[in-house]
Design a protein around this ligand. Structure first.
Ligand SMILES: Cc1cc2nc3c(=O)[nH]c(=O)nc-3n(C[C@H](O)[C@H](O)[C@H](O)COP(=O)(O)O)c2cc1C
Length: 450
């Protein structure tokens, strides 16, 4: 049985939702499921916009054949060859050999690689080329590395729709919803949209900015992505988020604390730091990185302006879950964050230095302070170091100058030191006949303490 929704009168969503696979791309947990969007246009010519993942192929083909209603499939616009969109393209070509595949040269190469066949009919398009299907005219725009090199998007200048491939996508099954304005996106979807962007496309900020620049020249009234809801209202909201994410600009001035701890010593320090920050009015998010999947922590590393990494030392290295996280953050090219470190070790704490080395290979990562070092647990009085770190972080979050408290004036030590052996005679005066009890030198070999 078909399960479809109309995007417009002649454009129909014919994708599917998967809630069975716990991981997207064998990596990212998707507890809210995943949608694989495909659209069919019924113009004078029929146009299929991408296909779907194998997970939802049965539903997709029922939808496709139902909406075609016996009509010939004229065109398949292939925007992106990743198998979550193109796995069923081979089957579409077998069922509809009459369809012309519309794509660029890089996409054609990948069709050959993935499907070991050449489409019967291909129409290659370059940047700016157009195709008219009757009432609608489409323009093709290349979007390399958003998120693979072959990606292109298409723009329907008739209904002002951008078919945006992976851009503006999100994790999460649609649950009957089609449009972002049918849900409370900011409350219920934004976190997954950010996690999708940062983990899937986050590395390619400059390329996303290039696409946003091209898109800015178009009158876009609707965005049809390949995952997640369609945008037909308040497009500025999601475009602004993308502009921020692509520029690696934080959304929240606050502190993300990511810690790895075996016995709890590092965790206690992280908790104390969080308390001091909260008391100073600073927004704090906190994760045990051994428990929370790194995709969530990476996402919040993009969200927050300041990050504290706290890790136990493990075999002269960084604890494994923290090391993985830091490499993942580095691979996603996050930049321009202010960072502080807490290291722990029972005999030779080394995780601080090593975490710093990974961070130093990243652009614009500023380490605010020398690492706070714990030897197994916080030593008595060491909570003062965490309080001081909280003050430094809070001042930085608020953009304030740290005012160093002037050290309390100390009484000058009174006494005389032997220039020969260093013996100190504590008194306001030194008797003329004084003899050093250590080296037996006279008072003339003494000088006042500095
Ligand atoms: C397998 C293993 C390897 C460790 N390797 C080191 C090490 O190389 N250097 C060190 O100083 N401590 C090492 N430690 C000790 C921990 O770093 C230390 O006990 C630390 O205080 C644990 O912090 P936590 O309470 O936050 O887990 C190791 C601990 C374990 C379990």
């Amino acid at each position: 049985m078909h399960c479809i929704r109309h995007v417009t009168e002649d454009l129909i969503w014919i994708g599917g939702n998967d809630r069975q696979h716990p991981l997207f791309e064998s990596t990212h947990p998707v507890p809210r499921g995943m949608s694989f969007n495909s659209y069919l246009l019924l113009d004078e010519k029929t146009v299929l916009f991408d296909t779907v993942d194998r997970a939802v192929q049965t539903q997709f083909f029922e939808n496709l054949e139902h909406v075609l209603g016996g009509r010939k499939l004229d065109y398949v616009f292939v925007h992106h060859m990743e198998p979550d969109h193109a796995a069923t393209l081979g089957d579409v070509m077998l069922r509809h050999p009459e369809a012309t595949i519309v794509c660029n040269g890089k996409i054609l190469n990948m069709i050959r690689q993935f499907h070991c066949t050449d489409p019967k009919e291909v129409h290659l398009v370059n940047e700016g080329d157009t195709i008219t299907t009757g009432r609608h005219t489409f323009t093709f725009v290349n979007a390399p590395m958003v998120h693979w090199p072959e990606v292109m998007v298409s723009y329907d200048s008739t209904d002002k729709i951008l078919f945006s491939a992976d851009a503006f996508g999100t994790f999460g099954a649609l649950n009957g919803v089609l449009f972002a304005d049918e849900v409370n996106f900011d409350r219920d979807w934004l976190d997954d949209a950010r996690r999708y962007y940062t983990n899937i496309v986050g590395k390619y900020g400059p390329q996303v900015q290039a696409l946003l620049k091209k898109a800015a020249g178009l009158d876009i009234q609707m965005i049809c992505p390949l995952h997640g809801p369609v945008w037909r209202k308040d497009l500025g909201y999601i475009v602004d988020k993308y502009a921020k994410w692509a520029a690696y600009e934080p959304e929240v001035q606050g502190v993300l604390i990511a810690f790895a701890s075996v016995y709890g010593g590092t965790e206690t320090a992280a908790n104390i730091l969080a308390c001091r920050l909260a008391e100073l009015g600073i927004p704090v998010e906190m994760y045990d990185v051994s428990v929370t999947h790194y995709s969530y922590v990476l996402s919040d590393a993009f969200k927050y302006s300041h990050i504290v990494f706290a890790s136990t030392t493990y075999n002269n290295g960084i604890f494994v879950s923290m090391e993985n996280l830091l490499h993942d953050i580095a691979h996603h090219a996050l930049r321009n964050r202010k960072v502080a470190l807490i290291q722990n070790g029972s005999w030779a704490p080394a995780s601080g230095k090593l975490m710093g080395e990974i961070l130093s290979g990243m652009k614009g990562m500023e380490i605010l302070e020398a690492p706070v070092t714990l030897k197994s647990t916080l030593a008595p009085g060491q909570d003062a170091e965490l309080e001081a770190l909280a003050k430094v972080l809070a001042a930085s979050v608020k953009g304030e100058e740290i005012v160093e408290e002037a050290p309390a004036p100390q009484d000058k030590p009174k006494g005389f030191v032997c220039k020969i052996c260093g013996f100190v005679y504590e008194s306001d005066t030194l008797p003329d006949d004084f003899i050093c009890p250590i080296c037996r030198r006279p008072a003339s070999d003494f000088e006042p303490l500095a």
